[in-house]
Ligand binder design. Structure first.
Ligand code: GDG
Length: 492
């Protein structure tokens, strides 16, 4: 069903995120401006909502031509061809990008929340800039919102904003969705700014995570860190500083129908893809799709493939692993190192096992259009989704949605949020246990057709029939119910 127009009970909607839904760029030939539109995923889903409800979306304008198309208030109507809502752009300079985005957001909060404290760089300048940029976003929110506005903050770039905004707009409704894990207290306590971060997030009326475990971790942190906070585990409510925040899990879904449809639009895709990458017609294909991020477990996975081909030489020449990887956050040294490690490892595997007719690992570093990505999912015999920590991992769900023939096998790390709903029917992998991981690759390849279709059918029951609108609807259902849940015995 479509989203209702009264999604926010007749109030105004204001979305605040780091990334913008439309980005204006100068064409490479210098002749004019192009607009990058959101494709798939959350930005596209939210864009659809905004097109229906109207309102304002506040985001960092990082396209080189963005400043040219805005009015004097830095606003532009979007979609550009037929404007339905306002995109308000925030400008961030070099220093701000370095310290707020690549600094505190991606070198403190990202590793901390993924339990990789050793990778965190707690630099004072990062924190100061993170505070300042959160204030900048909030000034804009305060200008454009009133008591009747529902403000939706996205993700870990804006942890301080809700509390700051609450000071200016005590009666507005604030919600936030945190897309990455929330770590256990023993990890989170390492962070010098733990108290400010928790207090910032408790400015929200509703705070959403992908799974219940992250909610419980968050509540543990609140109990341990904030004097005077009380936590009700039954309702997920935190009472602190005279107000209440509800913490709840909203596992994100994917647009299964769209993925299914697009996965099959081009009949020639698969033979052409195989030819292009030198993959034999009979060769089985395993696929991995991710940003090049150290949380995604790519080097660990390549180790497992090496072990697999070593121990199962009968599969040399018969299975190709396709690694689709997009460069990400390359300004950060740990990400540059990762690119080096992955490229070396792949070269080593291809050198060690490859033959004239067979390349063990095919590396694709370009961004594929949705149809090709979904086609790749559809035809791959297995998907290897083995992060060492991941909030949800949408690739796992997308693979299942694209499996219209229903005989692919999903190998899934038990450290991804997606394991909660898919773990029972996927083949579970512990990404650091190389020997067991290699065994699971073999188990996937030798699984009987009946077992493969049985598992995929059960996985598809979890994933199909959903779209992103159902996720958004459940979040807003919770927003509209805020303050209305009175226990029965007191409801006389
Ligand atoms: C964060 C959290 C959480 C990738 N390559 C191409 C392409 N993609 C798309 C995939 C998928 C998305 O990128 C990646 O999403 P993930 O969920 O796997 O991972 P993160 O980027 O780390 O996202 C994560 C998510 O937020 C949502 O809350 O699940 O845990 O870390 O949708 O399809 N899309 C296209 N071409 C590519 O080459 N078209």
């Amino acid at each position: 069903p479509a989203l209702d127009d009264d999604l926010v009970d007749g109030r105004n909607l204001l979305v605040v995120s780091n990334r913008e839904p439309y980005q204006h760029r100068y064409r490479d030939d210098g002749k004019g401006i192009v607009v990058d539109e959101p494709v798939g995923g959350l930005t596209a889903g939210l864009d659809r909502v905004m097109q229906r409800t109207g309102g304002t979306w506040v985001a960092w304008g990082d396209g080189d031509a963005d400043p040219e198309v805005v009015n004097t208030a830095n606003c532009v109507g979007v979609p550009p061809d037929d404007p339905k809502y306002t995109l308000k752009r925030v400008w961030l300079g070099e220093q701000e990008m370095r310290e707020y985005y690549y600094g505190f957001s991606n070198q403190v909060l990202w590793p901390l929340c993924h339990d990789l404290v050793g990778k965190a760089k707690f630099e004072g300048s990062f924190w100061k800039r993170y505070q300042a940029v959160n204030e900048t976003f909030v000034d804009i929110v305060a200008d454009r919102a009133d008591d009747d506005t529902v403000v939706w903050f996205q993700d870990y770039h804006l942890a301080l904003a809700p509390r700051l905004a609450r000071e200016k707009l005590p009666k507005a409704t604030f919600l936030q969705f945190w897309h990455i894990p929330w770590p256990a207290w023993d990890t989170f306590r390492v962070c010098p700014q733990r108290q400010e971060l928790l207090e910032g997030l408790l400015g929200n009326d509703l705070l959403g995570f992908h799974i219940e475990r992250y909610c419980q971790h968050f509540l543990d942190c609140v109990e341990n860190c904030l004097d005077g906070a009380t936590v009700d585990r039954e309702t997920g409510e935190v009472h602190y500083d005279g107000r209440t925040t509800r913490v709840a899990a909203f596992p994100m879904t994917v647009d299964a129908d769209r993925i299914e449809r697009l996965s099959g639009v081009d009949d020639d895709f698969w033979p052409a893809f195989k030819r292009k990458h030198g993959i034999g017609e009979e060769t089985k294909v395993a696929v991995g799709v991710e940003r090049l991020d150290y949380t995604k477990g790519i080097p660990e996975r390549l180790e497992a493939f090496e072990r697999f081909w070593e121990e199962h030489p009968e599969w040399q020449g018969k299975l190709t692993y396709v690694q689709k990887a997009s460069e990400s956050r390359v300004e950060i040294p740990a990400y540059q190192e990762l690119i080096g490690t992955v490229e070396e490892k792949i070269a080593h595997l291809n050198d060690r096992f490859g033959t004239d007719d067979w390349t063990p690992v095919v590396y694709i570093d370009e961004t594929l259009p949705d149809e090709e990505l979904y086609g790749l999912y559809r035809h791959s015999d297995l998907a290897v989704v083995t992060p060492i920590r991941d909030g949800m991992n949408l690739v796992a769900k997308e693979y299942v949605a694209a499996q219209t023939d229903g005989d692919g096998v999903l190998l899934l790390s038990d450290l991804a949020g997606a394991d909660e709903s898919l773990g029972d029917h996927a083949l579970t992998v512990e990404p650091y246990d190389t020997a067991a991981f290699a065994d699971q690759i073999e188990a996937a390849l030798t699984m009987s057709p009946d077992e493969r279709t049985r598992r995929m059918r059960l996985l598809r029951e979890q994933v199909c029939g959903d779209d992103l609108d159902s996720w958004i609807r459940s979040l807003f259902g919770a927003v509209n119910a805020l303050g209305k849940t009175i226990p029965a015995e007191r409801n006389e």
